[in-house]
Every structure is written in C-alpha cells, then in structure tokens.
Design a protein around this ligand. Structure first.
Ligand SMILES: Cc1cc2nc3c(=O)[nH]c(=O)nc-3n(C[C@H](O)[C@H](O)[C@H](O)COP(=O)(O)OP(=O)(O)OC[C@H]3O[C@@H](n4cnc5c(N)ncnc54)[C@H](O)[C@@H]3O)c2cc1C
Length: 294
C-alpha cells in the first residue's frame, strides 16, 4: 500500500491544530492495515492511529511516524443478534444510529462522544455512567506482531485509559448490546444531548475534557473554575468560558498554546488544592507536559 506524504494532521483533529505526518495511510481492510504495519516495520517507522482526533493534540512541527486513519470497510457497523460488529474507524454516531435502527440499546452513553470505536476502546471513553468496558465483548487488534482478538481484561480498560500501545491498531470490535425499543433510545439520546449542550461548549473547536477528574470533592472543571481560569487565554487557545475543563481554539491556536494552558492549569490547581491533575488528552509527536515544579 502507498504512503501519502506530509498530510496535515490539523485536518484530522477536532481542535484543528497539528503539523504533517511523515507518512499517512488510509487502510480500508485488515489486510491493508497489516501491509502498512509491515512496511513501517521494514522502514523503522513508528506507527500511530487517528480516529476523529477528538482527544488528540498533535505537535505543530508534525509527527515522525506513519499515521493511520481507518476508512471504508474498517468504518462500518453491522448488527448480528445482540452484537454490533464494528470497524475500528467507525464513528460512534454511525454505530449508535445502526444500533437504534436495529432496536439495540446500551450504546446511548456514546451519543455525545464524537470519536470512533478505536479511539473509544483506546480511551475507554464514557459518559453518564456508561463506558466502552461495559459494552465491549472483544476488540480485533493489529500490530507488527500479528492480529488477534483481545477482551476487556487484556485491554486493561479503566478510567479513560487502556493498556494499548501506539503501534497497536484496533481494527474492529464486537459490542454486546440488548434489545430496546428505538423510541426509548431516541428519547434518552435527546435528553443526554440536551444535558450536554447546557453544560459544555458544543459549538466550539475543542478536544473534550482536558483533565481526568481527580480524587477530590471538586471535579477538574470546578477546580479550574475556582482557580479563576475560565476565559484564560494563551495564544489562540482559550480555557472555555462555559466549562473550565475544556480548551477552545479561539482562532489561530497551535497545539503548543494548548499545552501551555495545560501546564498553567496544572500549576494553579496544585498551588491552590495540592492536586496533580492528569491530562486525559493524548499527545502525539514532540509535545510534553513537564512534571510539576520542573
Ligand atoms: C466536544 C467533545 C466532547 C467529548 N466528550 C467526551 C465524553 O463525554 N467522554 C469521553 O470519554 N470522551 C469525550 N471526548 C473525547 C473523545 O471524543 C474520546 O476520547 C473519543 O473516544 C476519542 O476517539 P477518537 O476516535 O476521536 O480518537 P482520537 O482522538 O483520534 O485518538 C485518541 C487516542 O486513541 C488512539 N486511537 C484512535 N483510533 C485508534 C485505533 N483505531 N486503534 C488504536 N488506537 C486508536 C489515538 O492514537 C490516541 O491515542 C469528547 C471530545 C469532544 C471534542
């Protein structure tokens, strides 16, 4: 399979930042993923996968890696009894639509998570009490060592993370859902979306929650709000005036602006509450959040 060169990753992140990938591939089948992984190994190139880039900060200078984006047959969703067989590149919205049309409930929590199945498994994405670990039967994972099915325990799914490494590509998954009338699913989704719209900046370029919620009576958002950070800006990146655990692209933002905001937010939360906030967003390329006090 051909590598594309210097594809700008800003096109593939919801924040709209990030430089070019050294090499880029759009596999449409498991065979094509395997061929690309073999070629990357032969050329000594690291591999990373992007889904919808909705929890991703990519270095402004670009990424010295083969970046994969799963398309075609790897972005579909097909019901089979109470299972939904999905491609790793299938958008959550597509999967939820197929599930609802087939009278399958259980994936409603993902209605406001604008990612793909692969990103959802990697992050164990979740909302409103649900997450991928509750619906995932198994995931098909390809790497330079081969392709095989892994269950939730082997994937190590826990709060907004898993033990998947950069060169491991989720090419497919099986979600175990349950029969539910489509009208009930629709009503739940409508209510969840309304809650989301009331609390979070839904019409801005963001990458979702910046930090995981700490073990503290305050959520990360409330903590940063009480540090006076709502509306705080560095370069083109802005801590959302609506919800302090979101960073918006207020125009011309660079990933390094967002990282500078992360560093400042961590410093203030530590100073005021003694809490070390851990960022949820994944960093790709030469981007670093230094240890506190470093
Ligand atoms: C407005 C908004 C609201 C959000 N709300 C929520 C929420 O409520 N709950 C929540 O959990 N998240 C939320 N997010 C964050 C984000 O949508 C989720 O983390 C989502 O699961 C990321 O999926 P993605 O496909 O966009 O992954 P990306 O952001 O593209 O990538 C995230 C990580 O997954 C890896 N990855 C992506 N695809 C694959 C694959 N096929 N195989 C292996 N690794 C892969 C990437 O390399 C990266 O490490 C929100 C984001 C936005 C912008």
């Amino acid at each position: 399979m051909k590598f594309e060169e210097r594809v700008e990753l800003a096109r593939y992140t919801t924040l709209g930042t990030g430089g070019p990938a050294r090499a880029f591939g759009r596999p449409r089948s498991v065979d094509e993923v395997e061929a690309l992984l073999r070629r990357a190994a032969d050329e000594g190139l690291a591999v990373a996968t992007v889904g919808l880039g909705s929890n991703l900060l990519v270095a402004d200078e670009g990424v010295e890696a083969l970046v994969l984006r799963l398309e075609g047959g790897l972005a579909t969703a097909e019901p089979d009894g109470v299972l939904l067989r999905v491609g790793g590149g299938a958008a959550n919205a597509v999967c939820l639509h197929r599930a609802r049309a087939s009278g399958l409930g259980g994936f409603e929590f993902a209605c406001a998570i604008p990612g793909t199945i692969g990103g959802g498994v990697r992050m164990n994405a979740g909302a409103y009490g649900g997450d991928f670990s509750q619906v995932l039967d198994r995931a098909l994972v390809a790497s330079a060592d081969g392709t095989g099915w892994l269950g939730p325990a082997e994937l190590g799914l826990s709060y907004r993370t898993s033990n998947l490494l950069a060169g491991q590509v989720v090419v497919g998954a099986e979600l175990r859902l349950h029969p539910r009338p489509p009208e009930e699913i629709k009503a739940d989704v409508r209510a969840l979306n309304a809650r989301r719209k009331a609390a979070q900046p839904t019409n801005r370029r963001t990458f979702g929650s910046v930090f995981k919620n700490p073990e503290h009576e305050l959520s990360a958002g409330r903590m940063l709000e009480s540090c006076g950070l709502k509306g705080f800006r560095i370069g083109g990146a802005l801590i959302s005036p609506k919800h302090a655990n979101f960073i918006e692209n207020a125009g011309g933002a660079r990933s390094e602006d967002a990282v500078a905001l992360i560093v400042e937010a961590r410093r203030r939360a530590h100073e005021q509450y003694g809490v070390e906030l851990e960022h949820e967003v994944r960093l790709l390329g030469d981007l670093h959040v230094p240890a506190l006090g470093a």
